[in-house]
Ligand binder design. Sequence first.
Ligand code: NAD
Ligand code: UGA
Length: 460
Amino acid sequence: MERKFDKRILCIGAGYVGGPTMSVIASKCPHYKVTVADIDTEKIAAWNSDKLPIYEPGLKEIVMEARGKNLFFTTQIDEAIKEAEVIFVSVNTPTKTGGVGAGMASDLRYWENTARRIRANADSPKIIVEKSTVPVKTAEAMERILSVGDKQGMFEVLSNPEFLAEGTAIKDLENPDRVLIGAKETDSGKKAGDILVEIYANWVPREKIITSNIWSSEMAKLASNAFLAQRVSSINTIANLCERSGANIREVSRAVGMDHRIGPYFLNAGIGFGGSCFKKDILSLVYLCREAGANQEADYWESVVRINEHQKNRFVRRMVSAMFNSMAEKRIAIFGFAFKPDTCDIREAPAITITRRLLAEGANLAITDPKALEEARRAIGDQDGHVEYIDDPYKAAEKSHAIAVLTEWKIYGELDYKRIYGSMEKPAFFFDGRNVVDHKALFDIGFNVYPVGMPALTHF
Ligand code: NAD
Ligand code: UGA
C-alpha cells in the first residue's frame, strides 16, 4: 500500500525548471508526494537513471536522496493529474516561429495542450500553478480553457514565476531572494494562494514569500529578466567605449557597482547574454508593448536585444581584424560553449553565433567545454571535418593560432598558459570574451591578448 502523504503535488514539464524545482520541494517536504511528468520519454528515463538529463551543482545528490521515496518521475500524465491537488506547469514557452507575432510573441501551444489535458483528466478541484514564464494575462486565458462545461469552478489558477538561474538553481531554490505568488483577488483565489504559501513556508522565511495580484506577478517576471538583461547590455556598451578610450571596464564596473543604489551584480562585460530566457522574455515584453500601442517602450526594450547581437558581431570582427583579416584554415580553440558556467545548457549561447561566424570565415575550430561538449556537437556537427570536439583544453589549444574564451568557466583562469603557449602557432592570440584570465600574465608569456572592455595587449 502506498504511504500516506499530506499533499500530492504534480509538475508537468521535467526540464531545467520543473526537475530542480520539484526536487527541492521533495527534499524540503518529505511529507508531500511530488511527481514530475513529461511527454518526453527519454528525458523521464534519464531522470530515473544515474545520468540525469541536466547538470546542476547539487542536483544529483538531492534527486538520489528523494527519488522513489517522495519524488517520482513519470510519463503517466493522466493518472498523475487525477491524484494531484496542486499542479505546477513548467512547460516550455519559446518564441513563436510563424504566424502572428512570429519572432516576438510567446508560443503558448505547450501550455494550452497541458491545460486541455488537465481539464480532460481532472475529476476533483485543483490548484493550477503557472510556473512557466508567460505573457501578462495568460492566466486568464488558461482559466477560460480549463473552466468550460462541467469543469466550471473546479480550478484556481495562480501565477508563481520562477527566478532561479542555471548553474546556481539548487542554491537559488533553497534560499530564494523572494517567492512571488499572484492570485485572483477573490475568496477562492486568496484561499488557493494561501495553500501555495504554506508549501513554500516549509523552508522559505515568510517575509520572503510575497503575494500580489495575478497580473503583477506575470509582469514582475518579465520585468525582472528585462532589467537583468538590460544591465548586461548597458555594461557592454560602456565596455566598447573603454576599448577605444583607454579606460578599463573592470575598474569602471567596480566603481559604478559600489554605489549601493546600483549594486555590483550583472556588471560583467563580455560577449553578451545567452540562455533560453532573456532574449525570449524581452521579445515577449516588446510584443506586449507593441500590442498595447506603446511603441517607444517597445523600441527601448528591443534595443537591449540589438546591443546583445552587436556584442557578438563585434567580438568576431575584432578577432578577424587582429588576425590580419584572414581566418581561413587557421585553427581556433574555443574555450567554453555553454551559455554560462556550471551548466550543460547551450540554448542561445553566444558561442553558437560566434562559432558559426568563424566557420563562415573559413576557420577550423577545436571546441572544448567541461560539461556541454556533447550538446555543442549536436548543435554544430563536424562541418566536413572543420570542427573537432576535445575534452582536454590543452589538446584543443595545440597547434592553434588563437584561443577564444566564450564561457567564464573557472578552470579557464587556472590553466598552465606557459605550456599552452608553447604548443601554439605564433603569433599566438588570446581573445578573452569573458575576462577570466590574467591578461598581463598572458601578455608576458608572449600572447597577444584581447580582453573585452580594455585595450588590447599586443607585441606588435
Ligand atoms: P525545458 O524545455 O527545459 O522544459 C520544458 C519541458 O516541458 C520539456 O521537457 C518538454 O518535453 C515538456 N513539455 C512540453 N509540452 C508538454 C506537455 N504538453 N506535457 C508534458 N510535458 C511537456 O524548459 P525550461 O528551461 O524548464 O523552462 C520552462 C519554463 O520556465 C519556460 O517558460 C521558461 O521561460 C521558464 N523559466 C526557465 C528558467 C531556466 O533557467 N531555464 C528559469 C525561470 C523560468
Ligand atoms: C536568468 C535570470 O538570472 C534568472 O533570474 C531567471 O529565472 C532566468 O534567467 C530565466 O528566467 O530563465 P540564467 O539565464 O539561467 O538566469 O543565467 P544568468 O546568470 O542570468 O546569465 C544569463 C547570461 O548573461 C549568461 O550568458 C551570462 O554569461 C550573461 N551575463 C550575466 C553577463 O554577460 N554578464 C553578467 O554580469 C551577468
